[in-house]
Design a protein. Sequence first.
Length: 142
Amino acid sequence: MATKIRLKRMGKIRAPYYRVVVADSRTKRDGRVIEEIGKYHPTEEPSLIDISSERAQYWLGVGAQPSEQVLVLLKVTGDWQKFKGLPGAEGTLRVKAPKVDPSTAIEAAAKDAEKVKANASEKKAAAKAEAPAADATEDEQA
């Protein structure tokens, strides 16, 4: 039986997400699958690519052929390089930045504002201290 690793479309109209599946090459795009090995959400920023490396390596090892799009995803995650023994097995997958709690962000902004005020007052105090010292040196020279 010829198996393929391909994408199974899910989601709504104009809001697709996909499951990375292993299926018989003769079945429909969204038909019966042998195993689901991951998911792909192209509309998120950066795109969510979650593929089980262990299962992908197994299926590639037993002869499953990836579709063109799945091949690109496997290269991004580094699984294809790992399977072929090529350098760059760590992949180029970008990770989404962790969400910052709004209360933490507000507290951090307040601390930054206090630091700015403290620095400004220190600069004013230093400028006032230098001004009388400069006047005293001018008086001594005259």
